[in-house]
Design a protein around this ligand. Structure first.
Ligand SMILES: [Zn+2]
Ligand SMILES: [Zn+2]
Length: 132
C-alpha cells in the first residue's frame, strides 16, 4: 500500500509506493535553511513510484544549487521534496509522511555543515559530506 504524505496545510498531498534508499539526516547548510531545522530527514523515491495527488499547482520550486530544485508548498512553506532534475528519483522529506515508512535513519550526512549549537544527534553514523 502506498505511503501517504502531505504539507502542513494539506494543500499538497502525495503518495509514494516505496522508499528507494535508506533514510538519512542531511545537515547541509541549504537543507538547514530550507527546513529551518538542524537537519532534514530524507530518502529517495523513484519518480515512477511518486505521485502528487492534490495541490500540484501549489508546489513551487527554488533552485538552491544549480540543477537542484527544492519544492515547497507555496501556501504553508513546507518543503515536500527536492530533486536533481536529471535524476530518476526525488528526494522526499520523510517528515512530511503521514504514514510510517517502517524504516529508521541509518546515517547523518554533511555533518561538516553542522550548526555550532547542535549537540544531540545520537549514535547514528556521521559522514562529513554527502553521497550522490
Ligand atoms: Zn501546504
Ligand atoms: Zn542537504
Amino acid at each position: 500500500m502506498a505511503l501517504k504524505g502531505s504539507c502542513l496545510c494539506k494543500t499538497v498531498q502525495y503518495e509514494a509506493d516505496a522508499l528507494a534508499s535508506p533514510i538519512g539526516h542531511c545537515h547541509c547548510h541549504t537543507c538547514r535553511k530550507a527546513s529551518a531545522s538542524a537537519y532534514t530527514s530524507t530518502a529517495r523515491v523513484a519518480r515512477s513510484a511518486f505521485r502528487i495527488i492534490s495541490g500540484e499547482g501549489r508546489l513551487t520550486a527554488y533552485e538552491s544549487t544549480p540543477g537542484k530544485l527544492r519544492r515547497p508548498c507555496s501556501v504553508c512553506g513546507t518543503e515536500v521534496l527536492a530533486e536533481w532534475v536529471d535524476q530518476p528519483h526525488v528526494i522526499l522529506r520523510v517528515a512530511t509522511l503521514d504514514d510510517n515508512p517502517g524504516a529508521s535513519p541509518v546515517v547523518h550526512i554533511w555533518t561538516s555543515h553542522d550548526a555550532p549549537w547542535l549537540i544531540d544527534i545520537g549514535d547514528v553514523p556521521r559522514l562529513p559530506e554527502g553521497v550522490k
